[in-house]
Ligand binder design. Structure first.
Ligand code: AGP
Length: 608
């Protein structure tokens, strides 16, 4: 979604803002802009399109010169992507950038119109906030921010400059994430750490309702009531290189290759003497033993990791698991009790619907566990327990390594719950854990083994209008992710289907040459899946089968076979994910798409 940056310091502010915004491009955007203090006045440059368009515009029309300012990449919500709807937006004395949504902007606009403020240029909710700040501004910025925030409903973060407070940037957070970077005699604001990592690794996390005042290269924090707040300084444990492509053509392929390391870094600190140990994440045997029901709630890829988790937890620990989409769960009045555990999975830890589910679960007395990649994110901070995945920054919109580590955590959690519940003994748990420890090596071998065939098979997919992913059991859970990955970056319509369900309607879609990708890694279900593959083949489908190296499948059932290393059936999802990611990646590359920033999508969905 939108990205906010701000800077106060000795460098060329415009250069810093543009460079920081470049690092937020992954969030998705359709326009960009900056506002910089130049000679005591606020100069604004903004445009529809990419940051390159903004730079070209500034080249033509003049680049604001100064040392303090704010910047923004916009992902349109209110009003089409256009120059005029781009941020920053201004009132007479106030200019702002905004991430999030103001739910009551129409009422506020009417209030302003009723009070003779009629100069609205854009269709945005943001301009209403700028005008409202201006309306309340009496020379005291904090009082004005407080009064304005009191009126706003929604979740948002703002970067603000006041015309009569030169060289000063104000920032305030209400739900939407915002950090403040502290460098040597310079300070930054940003929606995410990658924006500032080039300049500093040290940052503060702004909390709900806190205001940051950036001036003279340093920052002061206060509450909405002006009370000074001391905050803890965090240091990022990764560097600029982690947020760079490092020689790869796209972040997505780099992140696919980072998976072995990501899994290792995620699981190894949670294994002690050959057994999982999640105590450091606040998860005790007592909690696990008492569990009656588990709800795994998330969005998109994270929800798909939960689908795999359901199969594994139910099989090993015999605890019923419900998996739901956060945007559905939050509105279906779920039945939750104190002995239930609600697990929220989220790479960003800021997804609006997932966050709302967390709050709902807490309100209803359930225990909550967050599985999150971004340290200090809202979901991680608000859950009762948290297991951080250590994937490092994931920049490509299409999630790969974050999904892989979410799977790894699902396994660790399932093993620990199973042993706590007395469903498996220590020997079996050790055996399972040892197999999980082998996964980084096996994932690496798989990438090397299938990269060429995936590249080749992807050339057969590029002309397809529509395709199906099918599988049974864990393969079905996995095929949901394969299908999402492919559609989000290749723009080919794709559905995932439980293979046994095809005959109940969907098989009528099969036409000559339609690709059907079958995931067939579950040996206990192999014969049945093969029958389903033959059924679609007999009706003209072009079949691509992902199976293990020893699977006994007739050559004539598959037009293309992608063989992967064989490990225990239960852990196959972590291997079979790799060819699905590569098929999506190369199909997108072959179609000439913007792989890392697919159209209409944002990395972190911070609005409902
Ligand atoms: C994945 O490729 C997606 N782009 C998307 O489905 C994502 O997984 C979803 O928006 C959830 O995000 P989160 O993990 O940050 O909560």
């Amino acid at each position: 979604m939108c990205g906010i940056v701000g800077y106060v310091g000795p460098r060329d502010c415009t250069d810093v803002l543009v460079s920081a915004l470049t690092k937020l491009e992954y969030r998705g955007y359709d326009s960009a802009g900056i506002a910089v203090f130049e000679g005591g006045k606020i100069e604004v440059a903004k445009t529809k399109g990419r940051l390159a368009d903004l730079s070209a515009k500034m080249e033509r029309e003049g680049k604001p010169q100064g040392h303090a300012g704010i910047g923004h990449t916009r992902w349109a919500t209110h009003g089409e992507p256009s120059d005029v709807n781009s941020h920053p937006h201004s009132g007479r004395r106030v200019t702002i950038v905004h991430n999030g949504i103001i739910e009551n902007y129409k009422q506020l606009k009417q209030f302003l119109i009723d009070n003779d403020r009629t100069e609205f240029l854009s269709d945005t909710d943001t301009e209403v906030v700028a005008q409202l700040l201006d309306f309340y501004y009496d020379g005291n910025p904090i009082r004005c921010i407080r009064r304005t925030l009191h009126e706003l409903r929604g979740s948002f973060a703002l970067g603000i400059v006041f015309a009569d407070r030169p060289e000063t940037v104000y920032a305030v957070r209400c739900e939407s994430p915002l950090i403040v970077g502290q460098g040597q005699n310079e300070v930054f604001i940003a929606s995410d750490v990658p924006a500032i990592i080039k300049y500093t690794k040290d940052y503060y996390l702004l909390e709900y309702g806190e205001i940051a005042i950036l001036k003279n290269g340093s920052v002061q924090f206060c509450s909405l009531h002006g009370r000074v707040i001391e905050k803890e300084l965090h240091t990022a444990d990764w560097d600029e290189d982690s947020a760079e492509k490092g020689g790869y053509p796209h972040f997505m392929i780099k992140e696919i290759h980072e998976q072995p390391t990501a899994v290792k870094t995620t699981i190894m600190p949670r294994i002690e003497d050959g057994l999982p140990n999640l105590a450091e994440c606040g998860i005790t045997f007592g909690t696990l033993r008492r569990l009656k029901n588990i709800f795994i709630v998330a969005c998109g890829t994270a929800m798909h990791a939960g689908m795999v988790g359901k199969y594994v937890i139910e099989k090993l620990a015999r605890v019923p698991v419900t998996v739901d989409i956060a945007s559905e769960f939050r509105y279906r009045d779920p039945m939750l009790s104190r002995d239930d555990l609600v697990i929220i999975i989220s790479q960003s830890g800021e997804t609006a619907d997932s966050k709302a589910v967390l709050n709902l679960a807490k309100e209803r007395g359930a225990r909550t566990l967050a599985i999150v990649n971004v340290k200090g994110s809202s979901i991680a901070r608000e859950a009762d327990m948290v297991i951080y995945t250590h994937a490092g920054p994931e920049i490509a919109v299409a999630s790969t390594k974050a999904y892989m580590v979410q799977l790894a955590v699902m396994y660790l959690f399932a093993f620990e719950t199973a042993i706590a519940k007395g469903r498996i003994d220590e020997t079996e748990c050790r055996h399972l854990t040892a197999e999980l420890v082998r996964m980084p090596k096996i994932i690496e071998q798989t990438i090397n083994a299938v990269v060429d065939v995936c590249q080749y098979v992807s050339t057969k997919l590029i002309t397809a209008d529509s395709l199906l992913y099918i599988g049974r059991g864990l393969d079905y859970a996995l095929s949901m992710e394969g299908s999402l990955k492919l559609k989000e970056i290749s723009y080919i319509h794709s559905e995932s289907y439980a293979a046994g369900e095809l005959k109940h309607g969907t098989i009528s879609l099969i036409t000559e040459g339609m690709p059907v990708i079958a995931v067939a890694t579950q040996n206990t279900l192999l014969e049945k899946t093969v029958s389903n593959i033959k059924e679609v083949k007999a009706r003209g489908a072009m079949t691509i089968v992902i199976c293990d190296e020893n699977a006994d499948i007739d050559k004539d059932a598959a037009d293309y076979m992608i063989r992967i290393p064989q490990i225990s059936e239960m852990l196959m999802p972590m291997v079979a994910t790799v060819p699905m990611q590569l098929l999506a990646y190369y199909t997108s590359v072959n179609k000439g798409n913007d792989v890392d920033k697919p159209r209409n999508l944002a990395k972190s969905v911070t609005v409902e």
